[in-house]
Design a binder for this molecule. Structure first.
Ligand SMILES: Cc1cc2nc3c(=O)[nH]c(=O)nc-3n(C[C@H](O)[C@H](O)[C@H](O)COP(=O)(O)OP(=O)(O)OC[C@H]3O[C@@H](n4cnc5c(N)ncnc54)[C@H](O)[C@@H]3O)c2cc1C
Length: 377
């Protein structure tokens, strides 16, 4: 699947996928074959495409048969809202990755197993195939992500946070919320006590017999144990668009915001903050390309490569604004930038998020139930 970093390429992919987004998607999406899924996540993650504009034509073409696809899109919204309302999960995840890195420095056995897992050299064929596919393409099918994460945690016995870091570094659609919470879900930390155990029979079936790891995986492991899920906090309100000359800072989390016309507009390069290790080349290349595409579409040449460049540029404006960045590297970078500038950067929420995040108080079911109201109400 070719995933070019432009909005036009995303719209083309949506157009090509439309005929399959109904009953065919519902029936075949679990097969480990990218031709049965949309491949839209990377455009959605960077908001080169927005959730609503993907859902609308799918519903128009397929009606009720679009339910499964629409529901999957809302999983993204659910996870974003869930993490946003429990920010300590992201903070704790970052801390666990740092602790994992410290352990790798002193525990040579763990380091050797981690390196083998990251290179796809564990000797377990199916796992090695997916780990290498992740690094060499920047994409994995959802079912392969589930199996890979489960094998990482329960068969290879590696820390879950280092696995989430491995994914976040390499996935072009690397999303702090979907990734962290999916790994926690696989481990049994999201729905406490309920984990996802990859089974040889399931892998054989959904890979069409390409892999048959019978007897090679731990299919009896217990869920991980961890602290209780934190209390839910209110939905953030975001800030209002200011009067006067506004400078709009576009960043990797939202590259097609529908905001009022600013006085000036620029893209901001978020430093490589995904992980303590270097971000994979496909993930880096997509984000860089997507920022360039945004400059083309918004008719600006201004790319702010670092905080000093922003400080110089920002002097021309009465106020600064940016699309709301949920928990993750972009948010961390904007917060740090705000401190460096000594002036606020208004974070403008998308009403899609404000409305849907209202329902992210517990499991996905609440969001699912609200979908008709969110789409038509
Ligand atoms: C361990 C693990 C890690 C993951 N990490 C990420 C990540 O970093 N970024 C990311 O975008 N998704 C992540 N996912 C969710 C899911 O695997 C991908 O969104 C999906 O595979 C993307 O491929 P697609 O666009 O072809 O999906 P499709 O099947 O075509 O689905 C359509 C859209 O629905 C959304 N979606 C589908 N499934 C999920 C899901 N389970 N959770 C959240 N949204 C979903 C995506 O926006 C996707 O583009 C992860 C899942 C697991 C199990």
């Amino acid at each position: 699947m070719v995933i070019n970093p432009t909005r036009a390429a995303g719209l083309n992919r949506l157009h090509d996928f439309l005929p399959q987004a109904g009953i065919a998607y519902a029936r075949r999406r679990n097969e480990d074959d990218v031709s049965h899924v949309s491949g839209l996540s990377t455009w959605l993650m960077h908001r080169l495409l927005r959730e609503a504009e993907v859902i609308a034509p799918v519903r128009k073409q397929h009606g009720d048969a679009a339910e499964k696809f629409v529901s999957e899109i809302f999983w993204r919204t659910y996870f974003k809202g869930y993490l946003e309302r429990r920010p300590s999960i992201w903070v704790d995840y970052r801390a666990e990755v740092r602790q994992g890195r410290d352990r790798l420095a002193t525990e040579s056995g763990l380091r050797a197993r981690w390196e083998a897992a990251c290179k796809g050299e564990t000797g377990l064929d199916c796992y090695d195939h997916w780990a290498q596919q992740l690094v060499s393409t920047g994409y994995l099918h959802n079912h392969a992500r589930m199996w890979t994460a489960s094998i990482w945690i329960f068969t290879l016995g590696l820390p879950w946070a280092l696995g989430a870091d491995f994914f976040l570094r390499h996935l072009m659609d690397g999303d702090p919320a979907s990734n962290t919470l999916s790994w926690r879900w696989v481990g049994g930390l999201h729905t406490r006590g309920k984990h996802y155990l990859a089974r040889a029979e399931n892998i054989r079936r959904y890979t069409g017999g390409r892999f048959d790891p019978v007897g090679l995986m731990n299919e009896d492991a217990d869920p991980l144990d961890g602290p209780p899920v934190p209390e839910v906090s209110p939905v953030p309100l975001g800030d209002a668009w200011s009067q006067g000359r506004v400078g709009l800072i576009l960043h990797q989390d939202d590259l097609s915001p529908g905001l009022p016309e600013p006085e000036g507009i620029a893209t901001f390069h978020i430093p490589d903050r995904r992980s303590p290790w270097t971000t994979g080349r496909h993930a880096r290349a997509f984000t860089d390309g997507a920022l360039a595409d945004a400059r083309d579409r918004f008719g600006t040449n201004t790319h702010l490569a670092n905080e000093d460049a922003v400080a110089e540029w920002a002097g021309a404006f009465d106020a600064l604004a940016a699309p709301y960045a949920p928990q993750g590297p972009a948010r961390e970078a904007l917060d740090a930038l705000q401190v460096r500038l000594g002036r606020p950067i208004a974070r403008i929420m998308d009403p899609w998020d404000t409305r849907a995040w209202h329902y992210t108080t517990a499991g996905y079911f609440k969001v699912k139930k609200a979908i008709p109201r969110l789409l038509d109400g």
